[in-house]
Design a protein around this ligand. Sequence first.
Ligand SMILES: Cc1ncc(COP(=O)(O)O)c(C=O)c1O
Length: 392
Amino acid sequence: MRNEIITPTDREAQLLVHRAGRTPVYTYSRAALRDAVERVRAASVLGADIYYSLKANPYAGVVNALSTLVDGFDVCSLAEMETALNAGMPPDKVLFTGPAKSREEAAAALAAQVAVTVESPRQARLFVETAVELGVNGRTVVRLNTPYPGRTPAAAPYPNQFGVSQDDVAEVMDILRASSLSVAGLQLFWGSQYSDADVILAARKAMTEQARACADQFGLELDLVSIGGGIAMPWCDADPAVDWAGLKAANLDPGLPNGNDPLPLVCEYGRSIVGPAGSLLTTVLDTKSIGDRRYVLVDAGMNHVLIASRLVAGAGRGEPRVRVVGAQERAITSRACVTGPLCSQLDMLAEDIQLPEVETGDLLLFSGLGAYGPTFSPSGFLSRDKVREIIF
Ligand SMILES: Cc1ncc(COP(=O)(O)O)c(C=O)c1O
C-alpha cells in the first residue's frame, strides 16, 4: 500500500494552480481516495459496508469519485443529500443523519426515499406525520444514544444530545411501528479521531452488542446497523499513527465482532477517507521578520482552513505538514510562521516550522488537509473570496 498522504508533485501542483485559475485552492487526489477506501475497508469489520460521511468533504468532485468506491453515503443536510443523489448513489444507500431534522428536511428525505435517522420520540412523530401528509412509506434508522469509549469525559463529554435515550427507545419503536415507516436500521456512533486498534475494536464490539440486544428486545428485522467508524486522520507528525495493521489483523478472527448470526453492519467514515487525499496550495504574498520571528504571509487564511488555525489547533497541537513547491535545492536556514491575510492573530496556519527561504509568489503546499476544510471554515469572515477546489 502506498504512502497514506498523497500530494501532487511540484509540476502537478503548478499546473493545478493554472487549472484552478488562482490560489488558494484545495486539490484532491483520486489515487489517494482509492487507496484510503481500500485501507479503511481492510481495517473494518470483514464484510461490513463502508459509508462515506459527506460532512468531512462534500465537494462534488470528491463525492462523485467516491460514489463507486464506497457502498453508501451519510448526509446531514438537503444540500448534501442532493450531492449524494447527483453522484448516482441509490437513495436506499443514502442515510440522512443529524439529531434534529426540520419538517422540510423530513419531507425532502421521505420524498427522495432516503432513510432518515430518528433521534427522539418527537422526531419520530414528525416523520410519521410527514409520511402521512406525503402519502409515502419510508425507511427509518433509530440512532441509539451511546457513550464515547476510551476518552476522558473532558475530551468526549457524556451525556451528549445524539440519538434516543435508553428510556425512550420503546416509545420511539411504538410510534414507528404503528405507522407506514419501517425500522430498517440502527445507528450507534461513538466518536472520532481514534488511532488505537484496541479502543476501536472494543467500541465496535460494544456497539454490535448494544445493537443486537435492541434488535432482540424489539424483534427487529434490520438491513443496516451502523456501528460508526472513528478512525483518525493524523493531521500532523505529532499525532499518533493509526494502527492499521492491528485493525486489519482483527479481521482474521471471523467471530469478531459479529458472530455466527451476522448483523448487516455498516462502518461510516469521513476524515480517514478524505483527509490523506487533500492538499491546500497557497501563494506567498509577503515575508518579513519581527523580533526573532520570520513571518511568511500567504493568501489562504483560517476562513479557508480553520482546522490549521489557532482556533482549532490551539498552541500545542503540532503543526500541519507544509512544503515549498519547487524548493528542493533551497537550504533551510531558519524557522518561520506561516500566517494568512486576515486581521486576526488566530490566523496562524503553521507556527515556528522548518521552512526554506521563500519569496513573494512562491507556492506553499499544505498536505493531509482533505477533511473538514472549506465547509468547516468561517468563509464569511471579512467577506473575502471563497477557496477553490479541484480533483486530479
Ligand atoms: C454520525 C457521524 N458519522 C460520521 C462522522 C464522521 O466522522 P469522522 O470524520 O471522524 O470519520 C461523524 C463525525 O462527527 C458523525 O457524527
